[in-house]
Design a protein around this ligand. Structure first.
Ligand SMILES: Cc1cc2nc3c(=O)[nH]c(=O)nc-3n(C[C@H](O)[C@H](O)[C@H](O)COP(=O)(O)OP(=O)(O)OC[C@H]3O[C@@H](n4cnc5c(N)ncnc54)[C@H](O)[C@@H]3O)c2cc1C
Length: 291
C-alpha cells in the first residue's frame, strides 16, 4: 500500500512539464487526478522514478465551445463536466458518461484527459470520444500535434502519446442541428467498471435519414472499439426499430469480449447488442428533444 520512492516535480507551464518528460523519459509519469496512477503505484504495479504533477499549470481546467469545437482542457475533472450547464444542455452523452464513472469522490479529482491517456479499455470516456469523433492535442518538446481519436488507442494501457508528450486538450466537433447521443453502461454495482457499455451519437438529415453516426464500445476488447460496420450500415437509413436491431447485431459481432469475473464472453457480446439498440434509440429520442 506504500508506493516506491519517487521524485516529485510541480511544473508551472506545459513547456516546463514537457521538458521534464523529455529529460526523464520512460522513468517519468504525468500526475493529473491520480485516480488511476496512485492505486497502481500503491500496488507497485507502477514505479515511476519521477512524478510530474501538472495540477499547478494554470489555464487547463476549461470546458468551452469556440469556433465549432468543444474543447476540454487537461485539468477539467469529471465533476466539472457534471456541473457544466453547457454539457448538460448540449452534450448529454458526455454527462451520461461522467455520471457512471466511479463515485463522486473519484470524479472530483479524475480528469477527462487522464481517462483517455490511461489507455484502459474499461474506462468510459474512450467509447464516447470515438462516437463523437474527437481529436486530441498532444504537446511535446517539439511542439503540438493533433491525433484523431481513432488512432489514439494502441493496445491495453497503450496510447499514441510519445514519452515526452502531454495530452493537453480534447476537441469535439460541435454536433450539427438534429443531433443526439447517449451512453449506456451495465455495471455489477455502482462505481464498478463496465461489464459492457455503448456510446451512440447520431445526426439525422431533414428527411429523417441517418446522416452521421458514431458508435463506441467499452470493455469488450483489448482497446475501446469503434463499431464501424454498424455505423456503415446505418448511414442513409431511417433509424426505425428494424434498422436499429440490425445495427445492434453488427455491433455485437464487432465486439471482442473476454470471459472474466464480470461474465462470459457470449453474455457480454449479447449485452453489446442490447445496449447498442437502447443507446441508438435514446440518441434518436434526444434528437427530438427528449432527455
Ligand atoms: C475506485 C475507482 C473506480 C473507478 N471506476 C471507473 C469507472 O467506472 N470508469 C472509468 O472510466 N474510470 C474509473 N476509474 C478511473 C478514474 O476515472 C481514473 O482516475 C481516470 O480515468 C484517470 O484520470 P486521472 O486524472 O485520475 O489520471 P491519473 O491517475 O493522474 O493518470 C492516469 C495515467 O494517465 C497518464 N496521464 C494522466 N493525465 C495525462 C495527460 N494529461 N497527458 C498525458 N498522460 C496523462 C498518467 O501518467 C497515468 O499513466 C476509477 C477509479 C477508481 C479509483
Amino acid at each position: 500500500m506504500i508506493p516506491a520512492a519517487f521524485e516529485y516535480h510541480a511544473p508551472i507551464s506545459i513547456a516546463e512539464a514537457t521538458g521534464l518528460l523529455a529529460r526523464f523519459g520512460e522513468e517519468a509519469k504525468i500526475l493529473s487526478g491520480g485516480q488511476s496512477l496512485l492505486p497502481l503505484m500503491k500496488l507497485r504495479l507502477a514505479t515511476p522514478a519521477h512524478l510530474i504533477d501538472i495540477n499547478r499549470i494554470p489555464g487547463l481546467a476549461y470546458i468551452r465551445e469556440a469556433e465549432g469545437v468543444l474543447g476540454i482542457g487537461a485539468l477539467a475533472r469529471e465533476s466539472d463536466l457534471e456541473e457544466s450547464d453547457l454539457i448538460r444542455t448540449r452534450y448529454p452523452i458526455l454527462l451520461d458518461t461522467s455520471k457512471v464513472i466511479a463515485d463522486p469522490l473519484v470524479r472530483n479529482l479524475a480528469t477527462v484527459c487522464g481517462n483517455l491517456a490511461h489507455g484502459d479499455p474499461a474506462n468510459d470516456h474512450p467509447a464516447t470520444m470515438l462516437a463523437l469523433e474527437a481529436e486530441l492535442v498532444a504537446a511535446g518538446k517539439k511542439g503540438e500535434r493533433r491525433i484523431p481519436i481513432t488512432s489514439f488507442f494502441a493496445g491495453p494501457f497503450a496510447t499514441a502519446l510519445g514519452p515526452d508528450e502531454i495530452l493537453t486538450e480534447i476537441r469535439i466537433p460541435v454536433p450539427p442541428p438534429r443531433s443526439g447521443g447517449a451512453y449506456l453502461k451495465l455495471e455489477r454495482k455502482v462505481g464498478d467498471f463496465a461489464t459492457a457499455a455503448v456510446a451512440a451519437q447520431v445526426t439525422l438529415a431533414a428527411n429523417g435519414a441517418c446522416e452521421r453516426v458514431g458508435i463506441g464500445l467499452t470493455n469488450v476488447g483489448a482497446t475501446p472499439i469503434k463499431a464501424k460496420k454498424a455505423e456503415a450500415f446505418l448511414k442513409g437509413r431511417r433509424l426505425d426499430e428494424g434498422t436499429i436491431k440490425q445495427a445492434a447485431k453488427l455491433a455485437a459481432e464487432e465486439s471482442e469480449p473476454a470471459s472474466d469475473l464480470r461474465g462470459p464472453a457470449e453474455y457480454k457480446r449479447d449485452l453489446v447488442r442490447v445496449l447498442t439498440a437502447r443507446a441508438l434509440a435514446k440518441a434518436v429520442e434526444r434528437v427530438a428533444g427528449g432527455q
